[in-house]
Design a binder for this molecule. Structure first.
Ligand code: SAH
Length: 262
């Protein structure tokens, strides 16, 4: 782990009220805020946690962004999956170092970045070239060139089929995952896990129906809720606002066909 900030890094500036933003640390450059400028040379060469002040007197603490902080603030093409769902997806898909994962669609690459960071080799299928480029850029910016070698994107429609064979996992974030069920059954190794993220419960119902007549079994669907708390002295209560809904997570696995009961 690097210690002091270097030029070229992306840092997270956090203000007194906990609001934060990503800033590219370019040497000899002034960063502009609504309360004046900050000389970025005051950050470069200093340790994580350094405090800087704008010419207007506003203070920021500067830290390295976590993956969670990064994906919520990085450039987006498509809507990203929220960290509260990305974490559980890594568990539901049981991602491990070296896992061969097919991901579709790739979108902005938030989930891809988490999969690659957890050690997976990810082949992404994505319809839109502009999104594929954004995803590759986002992933490389956070994980660096070495990890980027474990991420490949193909511009294609996953509803038309999957070429890979012997995959460990198929992870989907697209509108009609039931159309991928037969392809995933061909592409996954026995015991392989299929996970789909869906915003609407009617989509979940359709997916679960498609799974009934398939070689997949032991399906389950979960919803993850996260409620943050306001903690200030003795005023300790849930925050007034929360993200009310994102999506449902469905997990199932490819299992050997059972013969008729004896
Ligand atoms: N999970 C991503 C966001 C994906 S958004 C993230 O966390 O950043 C859904 C993406 O699926 C879009 O980019 C869309 O272009 C792509 N998509 C939709 N249908 C598809 C299909 N049939 N094959 C491949 N990609 C598809």
């Amino acid at each position: 782990m690097a210690t002091s900030f270097a030029g070229g890094e992306t840092a997270l500036f956090v203000d007194r009220r906990g609001r934060s933003k990503l800033v590219d640390l370019v040497a000899d450059t002034l960063h502009h805020t609504h309360t004046g400028t900050i000389d970025l040379n005051e950050v470069i060469g200093n340790a994580e946690g350094v405090e800087v002040m704008t010419t207007g007197g506003a203070k920021y603490r500067v830290v390295r962004p976590t993956l969670s902080e990064y994906v919520l603030r990085m450039k987006r093409g498509a809507q990203v999956i929220y960290p509260k769902d990305i974490g559980p997806i890594l568990m539901l898909a049981d991602i491990f170092p070296g896992a061969r994962v097919l991901e579709a669609g790739v979108g902005s690459g938030a989930l891809s970045t988490a999969l690659v960071r957890a050690g997976a080799h990810v082949t992404g299928y994505e319809l839109r070239e502009d999104f594929a480029e954004i995803a590759k850029r986002n992933l490389a910016a956070f994980l660096g060139p070495e990890a980027s070698e474990r991420f490949e994107v193909q511009l294609r429609d996953v509803y038309e089929g999957i070429d890979e064979r012997g995959l460990d996992r198929v992870v989907l974030d697209l509108p009609e995952p039931w159309r991928v069920v037969p392809h995933a059954a061909e592409a996954l190794a026995p015991g392989g896990i299929f996970v789909a993220y869906l915003p609407s419960i009617t989509q979940v119902a359709q997916l679960r129906e498609a799974l009934v007549d398939s070689p997949f079994d032991i399906a389950r669907t979960v919803e993850v809720m996260e409620r943050s708390w306001h903690v200030e002295g003795r005023a300790v209560r849930p925050d007034h606002r929360m993200v009310g809904h994102t999506g449902f997570l469905t997990q199932t696995r490819l299992l050997q066909k059972q013969g008729p009961p004896i």
